[in-house]
Write a new protein. Structure first.
Length: 150
């Protein structure tokens, strides 16, 4: 136990939640200038690579539950950032694509993300950041694997 801390503060789940909260608050403030939520940024990032993604796959990748994703995508369509398209391989599936407005917004937002990442790098260093990201990905993969195979 780290001296001067509450026992709960020494739990991995608490430390992750605290770090997530700090990063989320900072990023939310940055993205607010562009009228975009963090979840919308994640959607834009995944759509920006040009891959046609179904709503189900996008929900998985962007870490958003399907009902919330549907509502958010409706707003993004209304704002002209995203276009829905019926999949050619399966008429029951809907693919999402970035519009020109969505691409422009993505470029603006990406600069905010890069600036935040640069600030984090200056605080913890490039090596530690890479190690942290790798460790968190490994943890997530293992936990996802356990959930799939209880």
């Amino acid at each position: 136990m780290i001296e001067g801390t509450s026992p709960v503060e020494n739990h991995l789940s608490y430390a992750l939640a605290a770090a997530h909260r700090s990063l989320t608050q900072t990023l939310s403030e940055r993205l607010k200038k562009h009228g975009v939520q963090i979840e919308a940024w994640r959607i834009l990032e995944f759509l920006d690579n040009g891959e046609r993604l179904t709503m189900g796959r996008l929900a998985e990748l962007a870490l958003i539950n399907r009902p919330a994703l549907s509502k958010l995508v409706d707003r993004m369509v209304a704002d002209g950032m995203v276009h829905r398209q019926i999949a050619t391989s399966d008429q029951r599936q809907i693919n999402l694509l970035l519009t020109a407005i969505g691409k422009k917004r993505m470029m603006q937002i990406r600069q905010e993300i890069v600036e935040q990442e640069d600030e984090m790098l200056s605080r913890i260093g490039a090596v530690q950041q890479k190690e942290l990201v790798a460790a968190l990905r490994a943890l997530s993969d293992k936990l996802d694997g356990q959930a799939a195979n209880p």
